[in-house]
Design a protein around this ligand. Structure first.
Ligand SMILES: [Zn+2]
Length: 382
């Protein structure tokens, strides 16, 4: 035939990629000085648009729809869903505090039911598209709200789009591996599947002794049928790219390969960045991109990616643009597009600086990572 297979292999992989987006996702938010600013989402789309990354022939932008009551009930109690809906309209007869709402992390705001419901609906749509074989990767970048509990808002999260999407996938007979790289422990998702052997949850995060929600220790490995299907990799504050990637590579690929999932679900919170205002991890955009590339190489099965945390407005759009570039097989120039620079500033897509860490700090982080990797290997029989 004269066809050279090697030249085919050398081409960058272009998978069909769905990006779930609509301005309705960022019209409202917690407001005031709350760190989960809707502008994180608007800027991410502005950057991808300025690069032309959403116009690529293998990319489809899908408008999210509201999750139905039945879909929300895959994880949440009907009583909670009804309370969110009524609080969202300004109904002050509902005891907000009973459902985790109030001043601080989770203030009530008008339109929160629609805002959270769209993010959850987007997760279901991403799962539907992947299961139908209409795409190989899907990014529900406004989701990743991994702290919400069945009857309670928690840690800026109202509806747990991740737990809902995974429950939907499990109901379709899928074996799901969930990997959470947010700086905070993915407690809501872990708890949802703590007694299930159909979902392997893996969370890497800043040590719970130093950060909300205060859980995610190596000893939390699942219960009953789910024993051995929850993995936690707590890392010391100031863990940098090299140590984080070392721990990730030591555990995540072998755990995924052994579990042999039908689908990969990832929570791509980027609050591990060294300039994030809420955490004290020390990753850079290079570290984030390296993690996205490992996921990409592991994703020989469908890949549903969700967003998550990330509170530095100059970092989040760049890291998530890198994520979608990796997912959709695009290479973005390092110079930020002029239109984006004019609107939001900045110069480069990647960090051109790195955190200043002394040798002792790096060594302490590495030492804890080595201990944790050894403990997880032992607990999981790796
Ligand atoms: Zn987080």
């Amino acid at each position: 035939m004269g066809h050279d297979a090697r030249s085919t292999d050398a081409r960058p992989q272009t998978r069909r990629a769905v990006f779930i987006s609509s301005p309705d996702l960022w019209r409202v938010g917690f407001g005031g000085k709350h760190p989960l600013k809707p502008e994180r989402l608007a800027r991410t789309v502005a950057l991808l648009t300025a690069y032309g990354a959403l116009d690529a022939p293998n990319v489809e932008v899908v408008t999210p729809r509201m999750a139905s009551n039945e879909e929300l009930a895959l994880f949440h109690t009907p009583e909670y869903v009804d309370a969110v809906r009524r609080l969202s309209t300004g109904d002050d007869r509902i005891p907000a505090h009973r459902y985790g709402f109030g001043p601080g992390d989770n203030p009530v705001f008008r339109g929160m039911y629609e805002s959270a419901g769209l993010k959850a609906g987007g997760g279901i749509q991403a799962a539907e598209r992947l299961l139908a074989g209409e795409c190989e990767v899907a990014f529900n970048f406004s989701g990743g709200l991994h702290h919400a509990a069945p009857a309670r808002a928690s840690g800026f999260c109202i509806f747990n789009d991740v737990a809902i999407a995974i429950a939907y996938l499990v109901a379709q007979g899928q074996r799901v591996v969930y990997v959470d790289i947010d700086a905070h422990h993915g407690d809501g998702v872990q708890n949802a599947f703590y007694e299930s052997d159909q979902v392997l949850t893996i969370s890497l995060h800043q040590d719970g002794r130093t950060l909300f929600p205060g859980t995610g220790f190596v000893e939390e490995t699942g219960r009953g049928k789910g024993a051995g299907f929850s993995v936690n990799i707590p890392l010391r504050p100031n863990t940098d790219d090299a140590t984080y990637l070392w721990a990730f590579e030591a555990l995540v690929p072998p755990l995924i390969q052994r579990f042999a999932p039908d689908i990969l679900v990832t929570q791509l919170g980027v609050d591990t960045h060294y300039q994030d205002p809420l955490t004290t991890m020390a990753l850079t955009t290079e570290g984030h991109e390296a993690l996205f590339r490992v996921f990409s190489s592991l994703a020989t099965m469908p890949w549903l990616a969700c967003g998550g945390g990330g509170y530095n407005l100059d970092v989040v759009p760049r890291s998530w643009a890198l994520a979608f570039a990796v997912m959709s097989g695009q290479t973005l120039p390092d110079a930020l597009p002029q239109a984006y620079r004019d609107a939001y500033g900045g110069e480069w897509l990647h960090d051109h600086r790195s955190p200043h860490l002394d040798a002792a700090t790096k060594a302490r982080a590495r030492w804890q990572a080595e201990e944790v990797v050894a403990a997880v290997r032992s607990a999981m029989g790796l």
